[in-house]
Design a binder for this molecule. Sequence first.
Ligand SMILES: CC(C)(COP(=O)(O)OP(=O)(O)OC[C@H]1O[C@@H](n2cnc3c(N)ncnc32)[C@H](O)[C@@H]1OP(=O)(O)O)[C@@H](O)C(=O)NCCC(=O)NCCS
Length: 180
Amino acid sequence: MIFEPFKPFLPSEYKVKLATEGWEHAGAAALRRRVFCEEQGLFRGDDRDAIDDVAIPIVAVSLLGVVFDEVVGTVRIHQGEGKVWWGSPLAVAQGHRRLASLGAAMIRLAVAFAHARGARRFLAHVQVQNVPLFERLHWTTLAELELFGRRHHRMEADLTHYPPIVDAEWGVLSLLQKAA
Ligand SMILES: CC(C)(COP(=O)(O)OP(=O)(O)OC[C@H]1O[C@@H](n2cnc3c(N)ncnc32)[C@H](O)[C@@H]1OP(=O)(O)O)[C@@H](O)C(=O)NCCC(=O)NCCS
């Protein structure tokens, strides 16, 4: 008998929010290890650095009905010098990419929350293959440089496109838009 191969389960909704729970922090760290150590090979074993001690993590969590399921996306933000804020490692789990605009939703929440916390500028080092995604979200390139052996752009968000969001711990919903 021949069985039809069945598609993997995909949640229809995700929540993008500040990480407030221990399992969200742990899930974000595990996802970063999967993407930046195993998939991209940028770091050996662990990509944690000193910025993690001060950064505010943001997560994308898949929803099963009204119940949180697992962390499938993450980014972190921190305040640099003065009122300059930075975003760093942005990652979406492999099976959830280009499905629900999770990358874009996390960038929006990250910049809008930093804006609410007083950011006057918001910068990030963006891997070159992701520059078009950021440009579509109103970021411009300030410089090109090599980091961790890869080409990056230092980019800046146009804050006029990111009205402040104060209550980011409640988060925003992101819906599945495309079939796998
Ligand atoms: C980069 C990354 C976070 C994007 O996450 P995502 O959830 O797939 O992104 P989105 O669905 O929000 O993408 C928004 C739009 O940008 C497009 N896009 C996404 N990644 C892109 C890329 N690398 N190049 C060009 N366009 C891209 C998507 O197609 C989508 O456009 P569409 O709606 O017209 O299809 C994800 O691909 C990832 O984790 N990559 C590996 C780690 C990495 O590169 N991190 C970034 C370091 S700067």
